[in-house]
Design a protein around this ligand. Structure first.
Ligand code: ACO
Length: 323
């Protein structure tokens, strides 16, 4: 029997930082509007030719260095992304090739903004079943490539980036007071398919398409789904909400994050916010926020961390882990 322990983490954002005031003038938006509605101050955008796999590799390399593990030891790579380099093969195999890892298991997982919670759950289960020992779980996105840059209601909200966790198998089933992944909860409800979607794809239009969103409907459901997922995962972990040291939510909107914190009675000192600096990087937002909190010393070994996310589908979920 095994359980998955976080041994390394890393993140990467592209060099090109774009503040709210630097967005194209024809968008007719403002720093004040964006900040007050979303909390976003800036985003990073990938350079021409800079691919999702390039961002993923930089984040993965940082995680490997931190863990002191060579790429040759990695036997599972899961890349959560909705913006793959190509329709196929998977971005995970591009990462594997660029890292010099493998042969081993490598695949992409598409659950949009909930992708990292889904990927972490899946990697944990591979490790629990003894089918992988050393896993890179990566969230990586170049959402700038699927934005309609003439739609101010969506394009101001997103950015590009990547983050990674390196998981290793540790003996035994794990226990709430031990480091490692403790529990997860995932769900989806396809009745909301058209509230947040991309209007292209290989099977439907043979184009890449652009992100479309019913923002108010997303907002309304996000707060409920993000809150209930934390209750559900803590129940599965057999721990009370008060045991949470850090909630690291998907970084879509500061107002959503605040509303969820309030519902869960978690003070601002227990909730990691990174949306101000990264905007919404979809599947990358949680590992980017984890990296931020670990780098500045907030996140310490032994802390009880809950990550939770919600996005297109709708798909949502949470993972509880001891850092
Ligand atoms: N700048 C200036 N004005 C804008 C902008 C902008 N960037 N975008 C929209 N507006 C205008 C609208 O045109 C509208 O003008 P009108 O009243 O003249 O028609 C006005 O602002 C209000 O628009 P609403 O859409 O009603 O604004 P709302 O207060 O709902 O805020 C927002 C929009 C920020 C998108 C909000 O609905 C939201 O946060 N939704 C959650 C969506 C989200 O975070 N999605 C991320 C992906 S999903 C996920 O990751 C969970």
């Amino acid at each position: 029997m095994f359980h998955a322990v976080v041994e390394g983490w890393g993140a990467y954002v592209p060099a090109h930082r774009v503040g709210n005031d630097e967005l194209p003038a024809q968008l007719e938006t403002s720093d004040a509007w964006i900040r007050s509605r979303t909390g976003i101050r800036q985003r990073y955008l990938a350079a021409d030719g800079e691919l999702t796999s390039d961002l993923a590799v930089k984040a993965a390399e940082a995680a490997l260095v931190r863990a002191g593990i060579g790429a040759d030891a990695v036997d599972l790579i899961v890349v959560a992304t909705s913006t793959p380099d190509h329709t196929f093969p998977s971005t995970a195999t591009a990462v594997q090739r660029k890292l010099g890892a493998g042969p081993g298991i490598a695949f992409d997982l598409q659950a949009v903004c909930a992708g990292f919670a889904y990927a972490l759950t899946v990697a944990d289960q591979f490790i629990r079943l003894g089918q992988a020992q050393t896993a890179l779980v990566i969230g990586a996105e170049t959402f700038s490539r699927i934005l309609d840059w003439e739609d101010r209601g969506t394009c101001v909200l997103f950015g590009d980036g990547a983050g990674a966790l390196l998981l290793r198998a540790a003996p035994g089933p794990g226990a709430p007071d031990q480091r490692g992944v403790l529990a997860s909860y995932l769900s989806a409800d396809g009745r909301h398919y058209h509230d947040l979607y991309v209007d292209g794809g290989p099977s439907s239009t043979q184009t890449v398409g652009h992100l479309r969103m019913n923002g108010q409907e997303v907002f309304r459901h996000a707060v409920t789904m993000l809150s209930t997922s934390v209750h559900a995962v803590m129940e599965r972990a057999g721990l009370p909400l008060e045991a949470i040291d850090w909630l690291v939510p998907h970084q879509a909107n500061k107002r959503i994050i605040d509303a969820v914190g309030k519902r869960l009675h978690l003070g601002d000192d227990k909730v990691v916010v990174a949306v101000d600096r990264h905007a919404n990087t979809s599947a990358a937002s949680i590992p980017l926020a984890l990296d931020l909190a670990a780098a500045d010393g907030r996140l310490q070994p032994g802390h009880l961390v809950v990550v939770n996310a919600m996005g297109g589908g709708f798909a949502w979920g949470a993972v509880a882990l001891r850092w």
